[in-house]
Design a protein around this ligand. Structure first.
Ligand code: ATP
Length: 804
């Protein structure tokens, strides 16, 4: 792990350092404590702090690997980390302009070149060396050492042709058309490096003034001659890949926009694949996704393969990049545990190699000749015929494949449309289910309302019944009382008639008395007149006698008057006593009547209480009954909703099963297709290689095998398709049946509920009508009772008045 120093700008801006390196303990600590979190420490094979020199890094980390290259291993050194953390600085550093002393800031590449040449020269070895330099930009490979296009147009000149990456059939990959340049001295390599580096795509981003926008791979192939004991000359082949990856960058933080953002997306994609490959290797996964990006395909041998690999992770100490630094450290830490299985390349016999080279030379000569004659390229007759035949077979196969692909895609489309229709149907059913649920809810609510109304009506009916019975009872009591009262009134009227007779007699007596008094007065007047006449006509004796006679008459008259007064007094006393007696008897009768009334009222009250308790019991009973009914209907409704829920769950499980099946089949199809494609591609490459090597026999065998493979595959695919189709048809029919059953069930449930509700409603309507009638009757009865009462009251009042 290498941590770069803070740049001059960062120092000027007082950017805090959040990474601390302990080179001796090989530890890197991320100072999370700056953010009130626990610090994080990682241990690596070697740690290079901000003060470490390029030379130290090369000597400690890379030199041993270069030694292994010369021993015949394939080795890789690559740097990865966030943008602007010093990957290019580490890998390239200051480029050598000319041969001489290495500058202190020269990176791994120039140092490795110098190291290789130093060793070979020290060994006085017989060697040959060639180099390649490629760039991987937006998943396209271009040759950084390809000679410039001589096109007249500047645009075309800058447009470098993209190269195709192919499997070599031994688990590695080859790049077709990548120029291999034979080199003899370090100077040549330096100038090629210089040339290639300047052609790399760089751009100015917020995090790096000259940010590499592509991944670059510089490879040195070294062939060293070794002489064995039997004077047999063998060739040792080693390869050193020096990889400078583009920076992993956060689009937001690096300020990438438009093209840069797209680039960043692509870079991150290939780096993400690299991350996934590392994770898969660390976790010992069965599938390592090398094929997901060209970068991982290129590095396949170096990651978990037979190459020796050194990964240099670069970080910045800047506190602003803490998050990315943690990610890099995490990945580097995980990558540390990847275990490659290094294998030394087999030594090749010099004669075999020379033969190979001669063949190549021959072909090149023919090419040159053809080019000179402006005739295209030279291909020997034999090869041409073979290649043509093979091309034809391939074309046929491709056509066949295209046809089968088309058929499969049609099938896929059919299944997709079936699936979509099924989804739609499912959605419809779900909608219906929802609607049914809502209807059931409304029905339940209406049913509850009706039940409530029913219970209310029952209650009011009971109340009215009770009132009517009470009224009837009271009416009877009143009638009885009225009868008694009538008797009393009759007696009272008899008494009153007696009293009136008496009063009439009294007034008659008074009239008689008045007449007597009047007669007496007139007799008295007559006597007085006679007396006066006598006084006038007669003498004193006669007058005296007359006066005495008058006196007697007067006294007898007064006596008579006194007697009359006494008799009258006597009579009035007896009459008043009689009246008193009458009145007291009347009062006693009224008292008795009132007492009877009170006792009767008490009786009525007890009667009322008794009927209230009865009513209560009745009410409780009816409430119980209604509760039972309600519970029954509730359980039936619950059962109904449960059945419908079960039914829809059934449907959804069926649908999800179907979906899973569809997805599985789709996945299976696509993976099989991908596998087939991959197999086909690999076979094609193998065949091509074989054709180039002119091994006609093997080619025939391969072709036969391919044909059988294709037919087998197609047969298998067809079988699987038909099986899946049958399975799907079965699923569909069962689903259809389930949905039909469900529909029927739901319809019957709805019908039942509807009937029940209709019954309830009609019974409620009947009850309501009856209640209305009873209510009318009650009202009439109560009106009648009221008028009767008021009449009785007025009678009583009248009676009272008259009694008084
Ligand atoms: N160890 C170091 N010592 C001094 N300067 C450094 C060091 N590492 C990096 N730098 C400087 O930091 C800047 C960015 O470095 P470089 O271009 O190598 O980053 P990078 O990781 O390759 O970025 P990108 O991924 O964007 O290409 C350069 O100016 C480089 O000189």
């Amino acid at each position: 792990l290498r941590c770069r120093p803070l740049s001059v700008e960062e120092q000027k801006a007082n950017v805090q350092s959040a990474v601390s390196c302990n080179d001796t303990k090989r530890e890197v600590t991320v100072l999370n404590s700056l953010f009130k979190q626990a610090d994080k420490t990682f241990t690596f094979d070697t740690v290079f702090g901000p003060k470490s020199q390029q030379r130290a890094i090369y000597d400690h980390a890379v030199a041993p690997i270069v030694d292994d290259v010369l021993e015949g291993y394939n080795c890789t050194v690559f740097a990865f980390g966030q943008t602007g953390t010093g990957k290019t600085y580490t890998m390239e550093g200051e480029m050598m302009q000319q041969v001489g002393e290495l500058p202190t800031s020269a990176g791994v590449m120039p140092r490795a070149v110098r190291h290789i040449f130093d060793i070979l020269e020290a060994q006085k070895a017989d060697y040959s060396m060639k180099v390649t330099f490629l760039e991987l930009y937006n998943e396209e490979i271009t040759d950084l050492l390809a000679s410039e296009d001589q096109s007249r147009f500047l645009e075309d000149r800058h447009k470098r042709p993209t190269l195709s990456l192919m499997e070599d059939g031994k688990g590695g990959s080859v790049i077709r058309g990548l120029e291999e340049i034979v080199v003899y001295s370090p100077g040549e390599i330096y100038s090629l490096l210089q040339h290639g580096s300047t052609r790399r795509r760089t751009a100015d981003t917020a995090l790096n003034m000259q940010s590499s926008r592509s991944h670059s791979v510089f490879s040195i192939y070294i062939h060293v001659k070794v002489t064995t004991t039997g004077n047999r000359e063998l060739i040792k082949c080693g390869r050193l890949n020096l990889v400078d990856l583009a920076g992993s960058e956060s689009i937001a933080r690096s300020g990438a926009k438009e093209v840069r953002a797209r680039e960043a997306g692509e870079l991150n994609k290939s780096l993400l694949t690299l991350g996934r490959v590392i994770t898969a290797l660390v976790e010992d996964s069965v599938h390592v996704p090398y094929r997901d990006s060209k970068l991982t395909r290129l590095l396949r041998e170096s990651l978990g393969g037979k190459a020796k690999t050194c990964i240099i992770a670069t970080v910045t100490p800047s506190v602003h990049c803490l998050e990315e630094t943690l990610v890099t450290l995490d990945y580097a830490y995980r990558a540390k545990s990847i275990r490659n299985k290094p294998e030394v390349n087999q030594k090749v016999c010099k004669s075999v190699m020379l033969k190979d080279l001669y063949k190549k030379m021959e072909k090149m000569k023919q090419d040159v000749k053809a080019a000179r004659e402006n005739n295209g390229i030279y291909i020997p007759d034999e090869t041409f015929v073979l290649e043509e035949a093979e091309k034809k077979i391939m074309r046929d196969k491709v056509e066949h494949m295209e046809l089968s692909m088309e058929k499969q895609s049609k099938e896929l489309e059919k299944y997709r449309s079936l699936y979509l229709a099924e989804q739609k149907h499912r959605l419809n059913l779900e909608g219906q289910n929802k609607e049914l649920k809502v209807t059931i809810e409304t029905c339940k609510r209406e049913f509850l309302d009706l039940q409530e109304a029913h219970s209310r009506a029952n209650m009011s009916l009971k109340e009215k019944d009770f009132i009517i019975s009470n009224l009837l009872h009271a009416e009877n009591v009143i009638l009885e009382r009225a009868k008694v009262l009538c008797g009393t009134v009759e007696t009272a009227s008899g008494d009153i008639a007696d009293l009136q007779n008496k009063l009439g007699r009294q007034s008659k007596t008074e009239v008689e008395n008045k007449g007597l008094l009047f007669n007496f007065r007139s007799q008295l007047d007559q006597s007085l007149g006679l007396l006066r006449n006598t006084v006038v006509r007669s003498s004193a004796n006669h007058l005296k006698r007359r006066i005495a006679k008058a006196k007697d008459m007067h006294t007898s008259g007064v006596q008579c008057m006194n007697e009359l007064v006494n008799t009258l007094r006597q009579r009035s006393i007896t009459d008043s006593e009689q009246m008193k007696l009458n009145i007291s008897s009347q009062a006693i009768a009224v008292d008795n009547f009132l007492a009877v009334m009170v006792s009767e009222a008490e009786q009525v009250l007890t009667e009322v209480l008794r009927s209230t308790s009865e009513l209560k019991e009745l009410l409780a009973f009816s409430a119980e009954q209604q509760e039972l009914g309600l519970q029954k209907s509730l359980t039936s409704a619950q059962a109904m909703s449960k059945t419908s829920i079960d039914f829809f769950n059934d449907i959804s499980t069926h649908a999800s099963r179907l979906m899973k099946l569809m997805k599985q089949s789709q996945r299976g199809c696509s993976s099989r297709l991908a596998e087939f494609e991959k197999g086909f591609e690999e076979a094609a490459i193998r065949e091509e290689q074989a054709a180039l090597d002119k091994i006609a026999g093997i080619l025939a065998g391969l072709t036969a095998r391919k044909t059988t493979m294709v037919s087998e595959y197609v047969g298998q695919l067809n079988e699987r398709y038909s099986e899946e189709q049958e399975h799907l048809a079965l699923e569909m029919s069962s689903l259809q049946q389930v949905s039909d059953n469900g529909k029927k069930e739901a319809a019957s449930c709805a019908e039942k509920l509807k009937n029940q509700i209709l019954e309830d409603m009609s019974s409620h309507a009947n009850t309501k009508d009856k209640m209305g009638d009873v209510l009318q009757q009650c009202l009439k009865g109560s009106h009648h009772s009221v008028s009767y009462w008021s009449h009785t009251q007025s009678c009583l009042e009248h009676l009272n008045k008259s009694s008084v």
